[in-house]
Design a protein. Structure first.
Length: 270
């Protein structure tokens, strides 16, 4: 019976994977998470985002994996590195990190055809208090979204859990970007919104694989994309933070594929 699930699509176009496919997602997710663990030592005042990306590229190559982002729509890097008011898709370059800078590093790898996609926050030097609170709320909103993942719930339940928590803490959820399905492909249905109403959207089923990756702003939610067609920033120049896990719906709840091997998912783990 389980084998019949392989490759099945829901009426919403969401692929249902077999239980045996969870192992491939765990392998890809574990590598992406380990790379983000290992890169933590490279994040420091005076370092460039380009040097951090080079280290990530070397780690992907050393693992015998493939970067999903190099060559994707012309993108040339193994990571997106988004600093301070950059919401997402920051391009690594010559920018030198200063004391108190916060940054999201987003990595996606391909292992035996499976995609592992995750991102988390880092700090160069001393973490400013307002940034610390933003990072904490963003992290906790992701975990509240994941808590809503179980068969019978809806994607609207996930978004509602994130939105209500963030807004109750007087911050805003970015609406211009969302999570996505993945598995044997980088991006697939559904769009996983980080806001919404309970009971709306597609119903969660065992075997769905997708990312949850809320972007939270200290100020207003509006963003704009710069002339490079990649870098998205907050319109009001306020700080933004993001955390991302890849997850799979199980018979009773959820499995997180991108757990940090070293317990380093949050930047204040030490």
């Amino acid at each position: 019976m389980k084998n019949e699930l392989r490759g099945r699509m829901t009426k919403d176009g969401i692929r249902i994977y077999d239980t045996s496919d969870f192992a491939g997602m765990h392998a890809a997710g574990a590598l992406a998470a380990r790379i983000l663990d290992d890169i933590a030592g490279h994040v420091s005042v005076g370092q460039t985002t380009e040097a951090i990306d080079k280290a990530i590229t070397d780690m992907v190559d050393a693992a015998g994996a493939v970067s999903a982002t190099i060559g994707y729509k012309g993108y040339k890097h193994a990571s997106c590195i988004s600093v301070n008011h950059v919401v997402c898709h920051g391009i690594p370059g010559s920018k030198i990190l200063k004391d108190g800078d916060i940054l999201n590093i987003d990595v996606t790898v391909i292992v035996d055809g499976w995609f592992g996609d995750t991102s988390r926050m880092y700090v160069a030097g001393k973490l400013p208090r307002k940034a610390e609170r933003l990072i904490q709320i963003t992290h906790d909103s992701l975990m509240k979204g994941i808590e809503a993942v179980k068969p019978g719930n809806t994607f609207g339940d996930i978004g509602h859990a994130i939105q209500t928590y963030v807004e109750s803490n007087r911050m805003s959820v970015v609406r211009d970007f969302c999570g996505h399905g993945l598995g044997r492909v980088f991006h697939a249905p559904p769009n996983v919104l980080h806001y919404g109403r309970p009971g709306t959207g597609a119903v969660l089923e065992e075997g769905m694989f997708f990312t949850i990756e809320p972007m939270v702003n200290l100020g207003r939610p509006e963003t704009k994309t710069l002339a490079d067609d990649w870098t998205a920033v907050t319109r009001d120049k306020t700080l933004s933070a993001q955390f991302e896990h890849s997850v799979g719906v199980t018979a009773t709840g959820v499995e997180i594929f991108t757990l940090s091997p070293g317990g380093m998912f949050h930047p204040t783990y030490g």
